[in-house]
Design a protein around this ligand. Structure first.
Ligand SMILES: Nc1ncnc2c1ncn2[C@@H]1O[C@H](COP(=O)(O)OP(=O)(O)OP(=O)(O)O)[C@@H](O)[C@H]1O
Ligand SMILES: [Mg+2]
Length: 248
């Protein structure tokens, strides 16, 4: 894919916020990533597609330093992060929103929001006014207990929490899963707004109809490897191969 410098498309010449080269990862003895290469530029939304067990969640977890052994290279803004603990990776401005969201049931929405330490390199988290502008549904829910929030509110809170902590590289796993269409639309607007504010976003999505209109580029994974990569404008020509690969 990387040819002569003069022939690279503009995006490929941009400085990547995160770049994986030959990434291998294991859970104990189980070798789950087999040489993943990908990069994401600033203010890009990139979606990892694939069937169940393709290695998409493991790729996000490896970026965050949450798998077992990792080999190869994961550079975040030029810093090699293989061998760094999760806490150090977070302090590079990386926020991970796991599929299970991790909202604390016994805490209020506000306590959930303010719990994580600020990790941004400049020591500043996102102000609450900006959070509420992005997630109007959370406004007025500050005192609500974690368990009293709807699925959509919990998902928004989980994203708001990593923004509040100051992350600007967001790793989002299946955020649309199980949510009503109107909430999924609101999430799509939020992702667009975040991109407009310069956030860099890596998503794992099963919901292709949600991901397709908001993503700049896509990687398709299979068996712990990247098997295809394409940009939004190539989506139509890729549809036949995607249906075969993903069953969408
Ligand atoms: N904690 C774990 N221990 C051992 N193996 C794991 C663990 N988590 C995932 N795996 C294995 O790693 C492989 C990749 O799984 P991963 O969760 O990354 O896939 P995925 O693309 O996110 O798919 P999905 O979320 O649809 O299951 C699978 O074979 C899975 O069984
Ligand atoms: Mg997964």
């Amino acid at each position: 894919m990387t040819g002569m410098p003069g022939k690279l498309p503009r995006e490929a010449q941009a400085d990547p916020v995160i770049e994986l080269r030959g990434l291998h990862a294991w859970y104990g003895e189980s070798h789950v990533l087999h040489g993943v290469d990908l990069h994401v530029n600033r203010a890009e939304v990139v979606t990892l597609l694939g069937r169940n067990g393709a290695g998409r969640t493991s790729t996000l977890r490896a970026m965050m330093g949450l798998t077992g052994t990792r080999k190869g290279s994961i550079r975040i803004r030029g810093v090699e992060t293989i061998g760094l603990p999760t806490r150090r990776i977070a302090h590079l401005g990386v926020g991970y929103c796991p599929e299970e969201r991790g909202i604390f049931a016994s805490l209020s929405a506000e306590e959930n929001l303010l719990l994580p330490p600020v990790v941004s390199p400049d020591g500043r988290g996102m102000p609450l006014e900006r959070i509420h502008a992005l997630f109007p549904n959370l406004r007025g829910r500050a005192a609500a207990q974690g368990t009293r929030l709807s699925g959509g509110e919990q998902q928004m809170l989980a994203i708001a929490r990593i923004l509040r902590a100051g992350a600007d590289l967001l790793l989002l796993d299946e955020i649309s899963e199980g949510l009503a269409p109107v909430i999924v639309q609101a999430l799509a607007r939020t992702i667009r707004a975040l991109r407009g504010q310069g956030m860099t976003i890596v998503m794992v999505e099963q919901n292709f109809r949600f991901a397709a209109p908001i993503s700049d580029r896509f990687y398709v994974m299979e068996g712990g490897r990247v098997v295809d990569a394409f940009a939004a404008h190539q989506l139509q020509e890729r549809t036949p191969s995607l249906s075969a690969r993903l069953g969408v």
